[in-house]
Design a protein around this ligand. Structure first.
Ligand code: FAD
Length: 503
C-alpha cells in the first residue's frame, strides 16, 4: 500500500503569481497557517489575522507561570502527529526540513479499569494483515468474533468508499453500527470506544459513515501504519515561532490579537472589519473553528445575502460537546512502567493520559529539577459543566487507573473546558461547507470543511488550507501545491455484497 498523489501541479503553469497579488487569511491555526505559507511562497502578499495573542488555534501554546516561579508553555493539549499526515508534515518541514522536533512514541496502549491493556502500536500497514495481526495479538478481539461479525457491518469497515459509505451509513449512529458488529463488551470497549471518542463525539452522536471513514484513514488504509510521533518540546517552540518567522521572511504580515467581527462584499473583493481593523482584499481564506465561522457569517448580513448557500451551510454547522484538558504538576513521579501516552476506555470522563515529563524536554527538565512529574488528562467529549469539575472527575478517575497518583500532591494545575471542535452527527454528510463557496473570492479551511479527499483532524485542517490556497493560485494562474493522501477506497470497495440467501 502506497500514498497517492491527489493533486499534481500542471508543469505548464508558473509556480509564482504575478507581482501585486494579495490575500487575507482569517484564523491562525493549522488551516490558516498552511494556506498562508503556500500563498506566501508563491509571491502572494498575505496578511494573517488571528484573534488570540498567539498562533496555533487548538494546537497553540502559551506561557504559564508556576507557583515555584518557573515558566512553562502550556498547550491546548497533547497531540499525536501520525506519519500519514503528508500535507501537515510538508508544512511542518518549513519549520524544520528534517522534522527533528518529532520523536516516535513507542507504545500506544488502551487501558481500562476492567480489562487488560491493548497495544495498538507496531501493527503492519496493509489490510487485511493489520486486522488479522490485531486479532491474533489482541487479548480482546477473538478470531471467533472476527469471523462471527455481521457480514454487512464487517464488510462496511473494509469497503470504505465515500459515496457508498455515506449512502449506506451516514444516517446510522456509530453506537448502532458497533452494535451490528456484534462484538463483546470487552472488544468494543478496548478497540472501538477509545478510537471513536478521539473524534470529540460520543458514539450515539457520531455518524457511522464518519467512523468507518476514520477507521479506514487511521488504520486499515494507512500506508504508514498506526504509529505516531509527538513534539519533543512545546508546540510554540517547535512549530509556531518557526512558522511565524518563515511567513514573515516570505513577506507576510501576521497580526495576532486581531479579532475579525464582520466581512462584507466590497466591489470585486471583500471588506474585513474588526477592532481597529478595516481592510479590503480580493482573496480571503476564512480558517476559523466551526462555531466562530457560524457566528461571523451570521453577523455579516450582506455576505449571507450574497452567498445563500454559504450562509445555509454555516448555519447548519454543529460544534461538538466541550473537551476538557487538565495539565497537572505533581510532587512525585508516576510508576516507572506507565506509558508516556495511554488512551483510556470505560471511564465516564477520562479519555487519555499523557506523561509530559516523559515526552517533552521542558517538562522533563522541570521534573528532573523537582523530582515531580507533569501529567495531562483529556476528556474529548465532556458532559461536565466547568473546567474545575471536569479536572476533579478526571483526577479521581486517574487515581482508579494509576493508584500511585492518589497520594501525590498537586503543585499546580492548568484546567480548561472549551467547545471548538466540529461535530459529525448522523445525517450531516453533504451539509458542511466546502473550500470553495458561492461567494467568489471567499474560501474556507478548517477541520470541519468537506474535502474531496479523505483526511482527519490536523491533516484535514492542513489539507483544507492547502486546497484553499490552491483555489487562489488557480485564479491567479499559478500551479497548484501538490497534495498526497492515503488510498481513498478500502480493500473491498466495489466488491459486490454476497446476498443473504447465499451466505
Ligand atoms: C485536546 C485536543 C487534542 C487533540 N488531539 C489531536 C491529535 O492527537 N491528533 C490530531 O490530528 N488532532 C488532534 N486534535 C485536533 C486538532 O487540534 C484540530 O483538528 C486542529 O488543530 C484544528 O485546526 P484549525 O486550524 O482547523 O482550527 P483552529 O485550531 O480552531 O483554528 C482556528 C483559529 O481561528 C481563530 N479565530 C476564531 N475566531 C476568530 C475571529 N473572529 N477572528 C480571527 N481569528 C479567529 C482561533 O483563535 C484559532 O486560532 C486535538 C484537539 C484538541 C482540542
Amino acid at each position: 500500500m502506497r500514498p497517492r498523489h491527489l493533486v499534481t501541479p500542471d508543469p505548464l503553469l508558473p509556480s509564482e503569481v504575478a507581482p501585486g497579488a494579495e490575500a487575507v487569511v482569517v484564523g491562525g491555526g493549522i488551516a490558516g497557517v498552511s494556506a498562508a505559507i503556500v500563498l506566501a511562497e508563491r509571491g502572494v502578499r498575505v496578511t494573517v489575522l488571528e484573534a488570540a495573542d498567539h498562533l496555533g488555534g487548538r494546537l497553540g501554546a502559551w506561557p504559564e507561570r508556576l507557583p515555584d516561579g518557573s515558566e512553562q508553555n502550556v498547550e491546548h493539549g497533547f497531540h499525536a502527529f501520525f506519519r500519514h499526515y503528508y500535507t501537515w508534515r510538508s508544512i511542518l518541514r518549513r519549520a524544520d526540513p528534517d522534522l527533528t522536533f518529532l520523536s516516535p512514541v513507542p507504545k500506544y496502549p488502551v487501558i481500562s479499569a476492567t480489562w487488560p491493556a491493548e497495544d495498538l502500536s507496531g501493527l503492519p500497514a496493509a489490510p487485511p494483515l493489520n486486522l488479522l495481526t490485531l486479532a491474533l495479538r489482541s487479548k480482546s478481539l477473538t478470531r471467533r468474533e472476527l469471523l462471527g461479525a455481521d457480514p454487512d457491518a464487517g464488510r462496511a469497515l473494509l469497503a470504505y468508499d465515500r459515496a457508498t459509505t455515506v449512502a449506506e451509513l451516514d444516517d446510522v449512529d456509530a453506537a448502532t453500527f458497533l452494535d451490528r458488529l456484534g462484538m463483546t463488551e470487552r472488544t468494543r470497549s478496548m478497540l472501538f470506544e477509545a478510537f471513536a471518542r478521539s473524534f470529540f463525539c460520543n458514539q450515539g452522536e457520531l455518524s457511522a459513515a464518519e467512523l468507518v471513514a476514520m477507521f479506514h484513514y487511521y488504520f486499515l488504509g494507512n500506508p504508514e501504519g498506526i504509529g505516531f510521533d509527538v513534539t519533543n518540546t512545546d508546540h510554540a517552540t517547535a512549530i509556531w515561532h518557526p512558522l511565524r518567522g518563515y511567513l514573515e521572511r516570505h513577506g507576510s504580515e501576521v497580526r495576532t490579537g486581531t479579532r475579525v467581527t464582520g466581512i462584507e462584499p466590497d466591489g470585486q473583493g471583500w471588506r474585513i472589519a474588526g477592532d481597529a481593523l478595516d481592510l479590503s482584499t480580493r482573496h480571503v481564506v476564512l480558517a476559523l473553528d466551526p462555531g466562530a465561522l457560524r457566528s461571523l457569517i451570521a453577523g455579516s448580513s450582506a455576505t449571507a445575502a450574497a452567498a445563500p448557500l454559504l450562509a445555509q451551510k454555516c448555519e447548519a454547522l454543529r460544534v461538538a460537546p466541550p473537551f476538557a484538558v487538565s495539565r497537572i504538576w505533581f510532587d512525585r513521579d508516576v510508576a516507572p512502567d506507565r506509558a508516556a501516552f495511554s488512551a483510556v476506555s470505560g471511564q465516564p470522563t477520562l479519555d487519555s493520559i499523557a506523561v509530559y515529563s516523559r515526552l517533552e524536554e521542558p517538562s522533563a527538565q522541570w521534573a528532573r529539577a523537582t523530582g515531580g512529574s507533569v501529567v495531562e488528562l483529556h476528556s474529548y467529549s465532556c458532559r461536565l459543566e466547568s473546567a474545575d469539575s471536569a479536572a476533579r472527575a478526571m483526577r479521581d478517575e486517574l487515581g482508579v487507573l494509576w493508584p500511585e497518583t492518589v497520594q501525590a500532591h498537586v503543585l499546580h494545575s492548568h484546567d480548561r473546558l472549551e467547545a471548538t471542535a466540529p461535530a459529525f452527527p448522523p445525517g450531516s454528510a453533504g451539509t458542511r461547507p466546502a473550500v470553495r463557496t458561492d461567494a467568489r473570492g471567499l474560501r474556507l479551511a478548517g477541520d470541519f470543511v468537506e474535502l474531496p479527499y479523505l483526511a482527519g483532524l490536523m491533516e484535514r485542517s492542513a489539507m483544507s488550507g492547502v486546497l484553499a490556497a490552491n483555489d487562489v493560485l488557480a485564479e491567479l494562474g499559478a500551479a497548484a501545491e501538490p497534495v498526497m493522501g492515503v488510498p481513498q477506497r478500502g480493500l473491498l470497495a466495489g466488491v459486490p455484497r454476497i446476498p443473504r440467501s447465499k451466505r
